[in-house]
Design a protein around this ligand. Structure first.
Ligand SMILES: O=C(O)CCC(=O)CC(=O)O
Length: 264
């Protein structure tokens, strides 16, 4: 558990694996912190270096007043990777983390050699939907959103398990300004034009119960990137790394092999 002081923001990050290994960077979704990847990272090859962080307004990172812009979120990630001396990573971004992946890959191709776009899109929902969510959070906090969010995050089977409570707590304990700030960043993001310029190995991972970024929306985004592959993890929702960590880790491991991050 470490804090990077980047000047106007302090970000919490964690490194696992082999310090000198090829870097793999994880960027998580709205209303989650870096524990999102707890079940996946131990299943990945130990020879690599795994870096994850809490985006501003989440986890143990600073929470500046809302709103945030996607440009700020991308810049935070860029500065963190520069601070850690990371180049040529495999970047795994889930949902808003996948938007950061797309924007950072356009801005700093030296940082990202390949990317995994998990449960994300070039544009997610509509500005009106995000404005309504921001208004609810500003007036009543995150609690009124929690049950519908759980329905988008998880399959009906997973929602019957005791683990649901912990994930619901993670969401409702996110600072309201952090959540609303990131909603504003998503509302202002449409990467259809810039993502179409990307030329790097890309794997898409989706879930057939994903109510936030359904498979067809994901396919539309991946079709912008020549050669991008899409894998559907059946029986999972918006967070397949939680519902199917073994299958998720297997997809990442195969992709890492195909991109040369690990040798067969
Ligand atoms: O998960 C994200 O990063 C944004 C997409 C979303 O709206 C997830 C949710 O339904 O809460």
């Amino acid at each position: 558990m470490q804090i990077a002081d980047l000047g106007d923001i302090r970000l919490h990050y964690r490194i696992d694996g082999t310090p000198k290994g090829a870097p793999v960077v994880f960027s998580n979704s709205l209303g989650t912190d870096l524990r999102l990847w707890d079940q996946v990272i131990p299943l990945l090859p130990p020879s690599l270096k795994y870096i994850r962080y809490d985006r501003r307004g989440h986890g143990l990172s600073d929470t500046p007043p809302a709103p945030y812009s996607m440009g700020q979120l991308i810049r935070d990630t860029e500065r963190l990777l520069d601070h850690l001396g990371v180049t040529d990573c495999l970047f795994v971004g889930l949902s808003i983390g996948g938007m950061i992946a797309q924007g950072l890959a356009v801005k700093r191709p030296d940082l990202i050699r390949a990317m995994v776009l998990s449960n994300t899109a070039a544009k997610i929902a509509t500005p009106d939907i995000w404005r309504d969510r921001i208004a609810t959070v500003e007036t009543h906090g995150i609690e009124p959103l929690a049950d519908p969010v759980m329905e988008r995050w998880f399959s009906p089977d997973f929602r019957k398990t005791p683990a649901l409570t912990a994930w619901r707590h993670m969401l409702t304990r996110t600072p309201a300004a952090g959540y609303a700030g990131c909603c504003a960043a998503i509302a202002g993001t449409d990467f259809y034009t810039t993502t179409a310029t990307l030329r790097l190995p890309t794997l898409g991972i989706g879930g057939d119960h994903d109510g936030s970024t359904p498979p067809d929306l994901m396919r539309e985004t991946l079709a912008l990137i020549p050669g991008a592959r899409f894998e559907l993890l059946r029986g999972t929702g918006h967070l397949p790394c939680v519902e199917a960590p073994e299958a998720y880790a297997a997809l990442l491991t195969d992709f890492l092999r195909s991109t040369g991050h690990i040798t067969p």
